[in-house]
Every structure is written in C-alpha cells, then in structure tokens.
Design a protein around this ligand. Sequence first.
Ligand SMILES: CC(C)(COP(=O)(O)OP(=O)(O)OC[C@H]1O[C@@H](n2cnc3c(N)ncnc32)[C@H](O)[C@@H]1OP(=O)(O)O)[C@@H](O)C(=O)NCCC(=O)NCCS
Length: 331
Amino acid sequence: MRSSIVGTGRALPARVVTNDELAGLMDTSDEWIRTRTGIQQRRWIEPGDTGVRLGMRAALEALDSAGLAAGDLDAILYATSTPDRFTPGNGVYLQRELGIRSTIPAIDIRMQCAGFVYALSIADAYLRTEAFSRILVVGQEIQSTRMDLSTAGRHTAVIFADGAGAVVIGPTEEPGRGIRGFDLHTEGQYAEKLWVEGPGSLVPPSEWAREQEEGRYWLRMDGREVFRHAVVRMPESVRAALDRAGERPDDISLLIAHQANLRISEAVQKELGLRDDQTYNNIQRYGNTTAATIPIALDECSRAGRLRPGDLVVLTAFGSGFVWGSCVLRW
Ligand SMILES: CC(C)(COP(=O)(O)OP(=O)(O)OC[C@H]1O[C@@H](n2cnc3c(N)ncnc32)[C@H](O)[C@@H]1OP(=O)(O)O)[C@@H](O)C(=O)NCCC(=O)NCCS
C-alpha cells in the first residue's frame, strides 16, 4: 500500500501588494525586486484575518476535490513557521474551525520552507504503517504581519508573503502510483542565517518590549548564504530522492521547487538539466510563502491539467534551519 495525493486546494489573500507599493514604503524599486527575485506581486492578509482561516479555505478545497468531508479525516498535519498563537499550534484551531468533533490528532510541523515536504513524509509514514489513512496536510504562512517595512528590512520584506495550500493523502493500490520516497536533511550550524530571534522562552515577557525595539522580532536573513546553499542542496536532494525511487532527472514530468526566489529555481532547473516544461514557478505572482509554496503550486498545476495520472512529480524545498528535502511521487 502506498500513499497518494487524492485532493488539493489553495487559498490566497485577496489583497495584492505590488512592488511599486513596497517602493512607497522603503528604498527599493520594481526593477530591483523583479531582477533579483522574479517577484512581481504578492498577497498579504487584511488586518484581523488569520492564518488558520486561510488554512481552512485551502483545506476545504482539498477535501472537496478529494470528495471527502472534514469528518472523514483521521489526522491533520499542519506545517507553519508563523502560527497565529505561540501556543497551541494552528492544527488544533483548524480542527475546531472545520467542525471536527472526533478527537483525531492535529499536529503542527515547524520546518519552515521545507515544512510541507516534511509533513508529507510523516503523513506517508502514518499511512504505510496503517496508523491513519485519510490525512490532511496543510502548508500555511503569514509573513506580512511580522515584517520590518522600513528600508532596514528590505532584504526580506520584498520576498516573503502570505498564503496556504493543502492536500489530502489517502491510500492507493494502483501499481507504481503514489509517493515513492523522500530525502530529508537539516544542518543546524546555519540556524542564524535565516531566523527570528525573539520572542522565545530565552527571554522573559518583561523584556519583550526591549527585544522588539532592538529589532529581534523581524525575520533576518543572510541572503547570499541562503542562496549559495539552496542552489546546491535542492538539486543534490532531488538526485538522492530519485536514486532511491529508481528514477533519473530525465524522467521527471514536473519539478515543483520551493518558491524562494526565481533565480534559485532557475539555477536548480539548470543544474538538473531540465527543460522549462518540466518545471513550474509562480513566485512572480505570490512571492515566497514559505511552507505554502509547494501545495499552492501543486493545486495550480492539478487544476490547470498539468498533472496527468502516472506523471513523475518531484517536490523539493530548502529553508531556515537550514532544512531541506525532496519527495518523489507518481501522480
Ligand atoms: C535576497 C537576495 C535577493 C539579495 O540579492 P543579492 O544579489 O544577494 O543582493 P545583496 O544582498 O548582495 O545586495 C545587493 C545590494 O542591493 C541592496 N538591496 C537589498 N535588498 C534590496 C531591496 N529590496 N531593494 C533594493 N536594494 C536592495 C543591498 O543593500 C545591496 O546594496 P549595497 O551593494 O549597496 O550593499 C538574494 O540574496 C537571495 O535571493 N537570497 C536567497 C533568499 C531566499 O531565497 N530566502 C528564502 C529561502 S527559503
């Protein structure tokens, strides 16, 4: 028995934020952002909206496309590095919002940009060990509410954005179909290359105001280091995952790489020797939505007819930690 993706969904906030709008807030330009990152616009939530609400919209679409109701689920895996609350995680709120009365586990996964791939790997293990058989996997992120929108924050504020994507994992007995394998890694020595220092339990609440004043709440990034590692680790990981599945880069029908930066995705494509029609990018429209980029792209590809039964699909991600990983599956 293998696990396969039996439904997909996505939710993006209605508010479109253009590069020109950002240029009105900080010293940057449409030209700089397009050339360095490929991003033309992104989505931010309206004040008062929540990440869980976005996650719920994506989840309902995924359930609908799977022909299932929320009550049919056995487990929820919720990947986010920007939960609505410190405690508890977004998973339990989603369980509540979906009106699920049974006490199925709703688990938060904190693996940043690789969160969705990690959540998928856990869902796959649960399914194959027959612990659970209908699992909702959500990748959702709200970056816009914790951005430094001054010129000091322009390295990250022009890149990161809000969004949610979801899939439902179910069993398949069709030979060759479904999830074929993973390649997963972390390298903690680079933890501070892309991080949010506070607030955390290292700092008592009495000092939170000072932390905020000193800018420790902002997402901070050494962009060049992240770039340098991402363009090596993603292709390396794709090859390792393909090797384990007994496939080669030539066999890939569609590679969906985490939408960190268009230049990174293009470098990964080149390194793997893939044609344009073997890859998919939507960072131009959505920016980097961290754990949400891959399920959003999967849903777009699925609904646009870019995924046909039997296609070899590879997902790969790299992010803060550093964490990275890939998944190989037959659609
Ligand atoms: C962030 C990134 C686009 C910056 O591009 P870069 O070519 O490395 O640019 P640098 O950081 O060297 O900055 C070049 C110049 O542009 C400036 N700059 C940085 N951000 C800017 C912005 N938004 N607008 C205008 N200028 C900007 C810098 O201050 C620097 O100016 P200086 O030369 O006077 O010091 C790039 O490093 C990157 O994409 N990194 C990976 C980021 C990523 O994917 N993160 C998510 C991983 S999950």
